[in-house]
Design a protein around this ligand. Structure first.
Ligand SMILES: *[C@@H]1O[C@H](CO)[C@@H](O)[C@H](O)[C@H]1NC(C)=O
Ligand SMILES: *[C@@H]1O[C@H](CO)[C@@H](O)[C@H](O)[C@H]1NC(C)=O
Ligand SMILES: *[C@@H]1O[C@H](CO)[C@@H](O)[C@H](O)[C@H]1NC(C)=O
Ligand SMILES: *[C@@H]1O[C@H](CO)[C@@H](O)[C@H](O)[C@H]1NC(C)=O
Ligand SMILES: *[C@@H]1O[C@H](CO)[C@@H](O)[C@H](O)[C@H]1NC(C)=O
Ligand SMILES: *[C@@H]1O[C@H](CO)[C@@H](O)[C@H](O)[C@H]1NC(C)=O
Ligand SMILES: *[C@@H]1O[C@H](CO)[C@@H](O)[C@H](O)[C@H]1NC(C)=O
Ligand SMILES: *[C@@H]1O[C@H](CO)[C@@H](O)[C@H](O)[C@H]1NC(C)=O
Ligand SMILES: *[C@@H]1O[C@H](CO)[C@@H](O)[C@H](O)[C@H]1NC(C)=O
Ligand SMILES: *[C@@H]1O[C@H](CO)[C@@H](O)[C@H](O)[C@H]1NC(C)=O
Ligand SMILES: *[C@@H]1O[C@H](CO)[C@@H](O)[C@H](O)[C@H]1NC(C)=O
Length: 660
């Protein structure tokens, strides 16, 4: 074993010794959603792109009534030819952060965490009953190197852009793992991290990839779920990362060589740690089934944590100068066909992975690669589509899917920080697909026992898919979609739900809506009447009062009638237990208020972090949802590390959620 020198203790003492605490006054806890900004100050960024597409005309005649019969037991379901997917966790839909922008999203150093980012994650935790899944990696992981000695100011990343290249070389320090550990301390995030798939980097005198694996495991412990080895290897030849003629057999041979080098050179506490093959792009001869046909799974299974694929349904790469027109392809994201078709290529591989005891992950996805499309990727259509796609993947036995977060120049981000020269003035932009993560966390819920079935074939209406979520053999929740955009109300439909003639579990059901005025809407998107607002106005917390609609059922006919607005997704809690479970999970978690004082980020007092762990300290009161925080008596703390004092001028409020 080669010696992997790593100055762990040095780092701990540097960061730990210089903290000084001071109390500061709390500014107004209620930020306004309509923050002002002057778009003329920055031009050309997607968040200033006002492109709004035209919604497809509503189908005629309009469908205004659909009946759904939901089998009241799993046995009844199976006897009707349906099958349930595997058990799911509430954090199914997570985030994939491109390594090259990790410092913009998470913060420049472990002390200077971005509070909006923490809040975006805390919102998932409070709904899923466990911390969110976050991957750091992507194309930029391939040209990345760990610098164990670190950088000035504890910077997590240094980008080196060689002249004429598009993708920068990323040098990162162990501080990136400290930072991830810090984020986990607060919001229980569970991480995936990307290794460079590079034989020569392994073989050099100081073997970097094994060092990364060892360091990541040591520093993140059980919060590290796995390390990705190979990112879209089916594109390596196209991207000049491997010579022409490098085949799936070359790939699997190289995979095992690098894996062996890591095992030989690193001291790993968890040896089932790798994730692959992460093929993406329907390359003939290099698809998931082709990789599996080489025996890759058998060859690697002792060291694999998960099997993964990556896929975007379209791209905006302009291959050979041929750009797709967003308006022309908009209908692809506005019906159920795409999501069902997208899962078909993985049926065989998913079965093989599960048979080998490995879970299957959609490791990176979004509406379209190469930045997505203006007006499409950032519209409510994407919210509905992503929710539908997530449930379809859950039904087809994926157990996680990660929405990619790119830089300032992409349209599909779930959240985007302000441009770096504006962090003092503006807040963040919440993207339409972020709302899908809230809806899916509640649809799957905190039980770890949710099993999904797509019941859409009952009505075969591509604009009105419907899923049932079973817990312990009985239906607990339903997700009903209406992809049609029709402000007149003429395309709203009433879903008449029965449990196949069985008695209803209670006289009423609870409903929460994912809603917007049109599928083209970018900002006025609401989950249970709560929103994160317009461009550059979000601190990652939900505003307005949460709305849970109670609908009286007809106990004689044994049916419940649920309005499903055009457009919307309705989440129906069939049992009082199901809605209580949702409410209980929400009460457990804190979010973090920022007061904007010169910087867009804030320090978080380590002593107060226990309150962010789901067990609220008795001194903290207030509300997570800003709308219900009207008279919050929040505890404010400011910690200034002397090292960082110049940078930090903000407060953190720990507040717990009250229900409406
Ligand atoms: C972040 O990590 C460093 C190093 O482990 C630690 O000293 C510091 O207290 C942590 N800060 C927070 C806010 O968790
Ligand atoms: C901020 O940066 C953008 C993009 O580089 C530039 O267009 C703009 O002028 C800058 N604004 C200010 C206020 O510095
Ligand atoms: C692999 O790593 C070596 C040594 O660090 C570097 O010179 C080379 O460019 C890398 N290859 C690829 C394909 O990234
Ligand atoms: C692929 O593997 C074969 C067999 O080991 C080898 O001869 C060939 O050079 C490899 N091709 C590339 C492009 O690495
Ligand atoms: C439905 O979606 C499919 C696949 O995404 C697309 O090809 C088709 O045009 C859409 N159909 C309608 C009627 O919008
Ligand atoms: C989707 O799959 C169905 C059934 O396999 C097929 O008939 C249809 O052509 C596919 N549609 C698209 C848009 O790929
Ligand atoms: C899945 O496996 C079956 C049987 O081995 C085969 O017929 C089918 O083509 C495979 N499907 C895919 C998408 O590879
Ligand atoms: C998903 O897993 C369940 C339970 O093992 C199985 O019945 C079902 O066929 C699987 N679905 C797919 C698409 O493989
Ligand atoms: C669900 O699983 C997570 C992680 O595996 C665990 O922390 C949590 O306690 C489980 N929740 C329930 C209700 O069992
Ligand atoms: C809904 O039903 C539950 C259980 O039967 C009951 O406690 C609750 O008061 C009802 N709510 C409404 C609004 O009718
Ligand atoms: C939605 O939130 C707004 C603002 O908090 C509130 O005035 C309104 O009553 C809420 N709507 C419902 C139906 O709860």
């Amino acid at each position: 074993m080669r010696n992997l020198a790593f100055p762990t203790t040095l780092y701990l003492s540097l960061l730990g010794s210089s903290a000084v605490s001071a109390a500061v006054s709390v500014y107004n806890a209620e930020a306004t959603v309509t923050g002002a900004y002057d778009p003329t100050q920055v031009t050309g960024l997607p968040n200033f792109d006002n492109t709004v597409l035209t919604a497809p005309a509503p189908p005629s005649p309009a469908v205004t009534q659909l009946s759904w019969s939901v089998p009241n037991t799993e046995d009844a379901l199976v006897s009707q030819g349906y099958e349930l997917g595997v058990k799911q966790r509430g954090n199914f839909l997570g985030f994939s952060i491109e390594l090259s922008v990790a410092d913009q999203i998470m913060g420049k150093n472990p002390v200077n965490l971005k509070v909006p980012f923490l809040n975006y994650l805390a919102n998932i935790r409070s709904r899923a009953g466990m911390g969110p899944l976050v991957r750091v990696g992507g194309n930029s992981q391939e040209a990345s190197t760990l610098y164990p000695q670190g950088f000035d100011g504890h910077a997590i990343i240094e980008k080196v852009r060689a002249d004429g290249t598009v993708t920068p070389t990323i040098n990162y320090s162990p501080d990136i793992f400290y930072m991830m550990a810090n984020v986990s301390n607060m919001v229980d995030a569970h991480w995936f991290f990307g290794l460079s798939f590079n034989q020569s980097a392994v073989e050099t005198q100081s073997p970097n990839v094994p060092l990364v694996a060892q360091t990541a495991q040591q520093m993140l412990g059980y919060h590290l779920l796995g390390l990705q080895l190979s990112n879209e290897p089916d594109l390596y030849v196209d991207h000049n990362k491997r010579a022409a003629g490098w085949t799936v057999e070359n790939f699997t041979a190289e995979y095992s060589e690098i894996r062996n080098e890591i095992l030989q050179d690193a001291s790993l506490s968890n040896k089932q740690f790798l994730i692959g093959p992460s093929v993406c792009c329907d390359k003939v001869g290099f698809e998931l089934d082709d990789v599996l046909a080489t025996g890759w799974l058998d060859q690697e299974k002792d060291n694999l944590a998960y099997v993964a694929v990556q896929h975007y349904p379209e791209d905006n790469c302009g291959v050979n100068g041929n750009y797709l027109n967003a308006q022309d392809i908009y209908p692809e994201w506005l019906n159920h066909t795409s999501v069902t078709n997208l899962t078909v290529p993985y049926f065989n591989g998913t079965r093989a992975a599960l048979a080998a005891g490995k879970e299957m992950i959609m490791f990176e996805t979004n509406t379209a690669s190469c930045g997505g499309f203006a007006g499409l990727s950032d519209s409510f259509a994407a919210s509905l589509w992503m929710a539908d796609y997530a449930l379809q993947m859950a039904y087809r036995n994926f157990t996680a899917a990660l929405i990619h977060v790119g830089g300032q120049s992409v349209y599909y981000n779930p959240f985007t920080p302000p441009p770096s020269n504006m962090t003092s003035v503006w807040k963040w932009t919440t993207g339409s697909v972020y709302y899908s993560t809230l809806a899916i966390a509640e649809t799957l819920g905190p039980s770890n026992a949710s099993q999904v079935v797509d019941l859409s074939p009952q009505n075969n209406n591509i604009y009105a898919p419907m899923y049932a979520i079973y817990e312990n053999g009985a239906p607990a929740r339903l997700a009903l979609f209406n992809y049609v955009s029709d402000a007149s109300g003429g395309s709203d439909y009433v879903a008449t739900i029965s449990l196949g003639g069985a008695d209803l579990p209670s006289g009423n059901v609870s409903v929460r809506y994912l809603r917007a005025p049109s599928v083209t809407e970018k900002y006025n998107i609401n989950w249970a009447n709560q929103t994160l607002g317009a461009s550059y106005t979000s601190d990652g917390r939900l505003y307005r009062e949460q709305e849970t609609v109670s609908i009286q059922c007809d106990m004689t006919a044994k049916t419940c009638s649920i309005p499903v607005y055009a457009p919307s997704m309705a989440l129906v809690f069939l049992t009082t237990g199901a809605i209580q479970e949702a409410v209980g999970a929400e009460q457990a978690t804190a979010t973090f208020a920022t007061t904007v004082v010169n910087v867009g980020s804030a320090t978080v007092d380590p002593g107060a972090l226990a309150t962010g762990n789901g067990q609220m300290g008795s001194s903290a009161t207030g509300a997570t949802s800003e709308g219900s925080a009207k008279t919050s008596e929040a505890t404010a703390m400011l910690t200034i590390s002397s090292m960082m004092a110049v940078l930090l001028m903000a407060t953190t409020i720990f507040a717990h959620q009250t229900l409406n």
